[in-house]
Design a protein around this ligand. Structure first.
Ligand code: PBG
Length: 308
C-alpha cells in the first residue's frame, strides 16, 4: 500500500481545524502516490495547549504547548509524521525533527468578526483575542479598545462573541475557510493588519533521519509557501526566536524573489517599527537581518520586550 506493510501514521491535534488540515494532508499524499485513503491512519495527540484554556499562551509557555507532545510522539515512533499550523510551530526546532513540506498556503489575512471594519465599531469597543500581535494592532487602530482574553478553538471563540462577551474578535481567514465558514467576518486588508508569521500555512514534520518519509513529503511540498514561510520564520529568529511579543511578517513571491514585510509593536500599539525588502528565495540570513534591523530601530522599551 505505502511500500510498507502498515498504514502511515499521521499525528495531529484533535481540534476541528487540526483535523481538517490533517485530512487535506492525507488527501494530498494519497492523490500524489495513488494510495487508497486507508493507507494513512490518523493518530490524535492531545497537547497541553488543548488542555489549558483559561490562560494566555504567552503566560504558560507559548507555542511549545502545541508541538511538544507531537514531537515526543515522533521521536518515540508512535507516528510517522505530524501536521501543524505553521503559525503554532516554534522558531527553533529540535535537530531530530525537520519541517519536510508545506501545503499550498490559504488566505493569509485576518478577519474581523462582529463589525464590518474597525471604524464601524462603537466607542470603547471590547475586543476578544489572545494574540499579543492582534491586541497591539487593534490598540494602534483603536486606542479606545478594551482587549479581553479569548482562547479556545474557532467555534469556542465564535460562541463567546455570539454570547455578547465582546463586540468583535479576530480570526485567521485560513481557519474559517478550512472549517467551511468563509462567510463569517470581514477580511482585513493587508495594509491595515499584517498577519502573523506563517499564518495560513500547514506544515508537515518528520524525523530528520527518516529519508523515505522526507522524500515522500518533498513530493507534495509547495515551494512558494515553503520559501515564504521560511523567510517569515527567519525574521522571528532574528528577533530572538522564542519571544511572545507582537510581531507580524509576510513574504510573497515577487518574480524570481520574495517581497518580505515585517513589523514589531509595543503592547499598546503606540510604537510600531516596520521593514520591507526584496530578498532571494532561501536567503535565511536576509530574513534574520530584517529581524535584527527591527530591533535596532526600536526604542529601548520595545527592544526589552524581545530580550525577555
Ligand atoms: N493560534 C491558533 C491558530 N493557529 C492557526 C490558526 C488558523 C489557521 C492559520 O493561521 O494557518 C489559528 C486560529 C486563528 O488564528 O484564527
Amino acid at each position: 500500500m505505502t511500500g510498507s506493510d502498515r498504514p502511515l501514521r499521521l499525528g495531529t491535534r484533535g481540534s476541528p481545524l487540526a483535523l481538517a488540515q490533517a485530512r487535506m494532508t492525507a488527501q494530498a499524499l494519497c492523490a500524489h502516490s495513488g494510495w487508497p485513503q486507508q493507507a494513512i491512519e490518523t493518530v490524535i495527540v492531545q497537547t497541553s495547549g488543548d488542555r489549558i484554556q483559561d490562560r494566555a499562551l504567552a503566560e504558560i509557555g507559548g507555542k511549545a504547548l502545541w508541538t511538544k507532545e507531537l514531537d515526543r510522539a515522533l521521536v518515540e515512533g508512535e507516528i510517522d509524521f505530524a501536521v501543524h499550523s505553521m503559525k503554532d510551530v516554534e522558531t527553533i526546532r529540535p535537530g531530530a525533527i525537520r519541517i519536510a513540506a508545506m501545503l499550498p498556503r490559504a488566505d493569509v489575512r485576518d478577519k474581523l468578526i462582529g463589525a464590518e471594519s474597525f471604524d464601524a465599531l462603537p466607542a470603547g469597543p471590547v475586543i476578544g483575542t489572545s494574540s499579543p500581535r492582534r491586541a497591539a494592532q487593534v490598540r494602534r487602530l483603536r486606542p479606545d479598545a478594551r482587549i479581553i482574553l479569548f482562547r479556545g478553538n474557532v467555534a469556542t471563540r465564535l460562541g463567546k462573541l455570539a454570547a455578547g462577551e465582546a463586540h468583535a474578535t479576530l480570526l485567521a481567514a485560513a481557519g474559517l475557510d478550512r472549517l467551511g465558514q468563509s462567510d463569517v467576518g470581514a477580511l482585513i486588508p493587508l495594509d491595515i493588519m499584517l498577519p502573523a508569521p506563517s499564518q495560513g500555512a500547514v506544515g508537515i514534520e518528520t524525523l530528520s533521519e527518516n529519508r523515505a518519509m522526507l522524500d515522500l513529503l518533498a513530493a507534495i511540498n509547495d515551494s512558494d509557501t515553503f520559501d515564504c514561510v521560511m523567510a517569515e520564520r527567519a525574521v522571528l529568529k532574528g528577533l530572538g526566536g522564542t519571544c511572545h511579543s507582537p510581531i507580524a511578517a509576510l513574504a510573497v513571491v515577487d518574480g524570481a524573489a520574495l517581497h518580505l514585510r515585517a513589523e514589531i509593536l509595543s503592547a499598546d500599539g503606540q510604537e510600531r517599527v516596520a521593514e520591507e525588502a526584496r530578498i532571494a528565495r532561501g536567503d535565511q540570513e536576509a530574513g534574520e537581518a530584517m529581524g535584527r534591523a527591527l530591533l535596532d530601530r526600536a526604542s529601548p522599551a520595545l527592544r526589552a520586550l524581545f530580550e525577555a
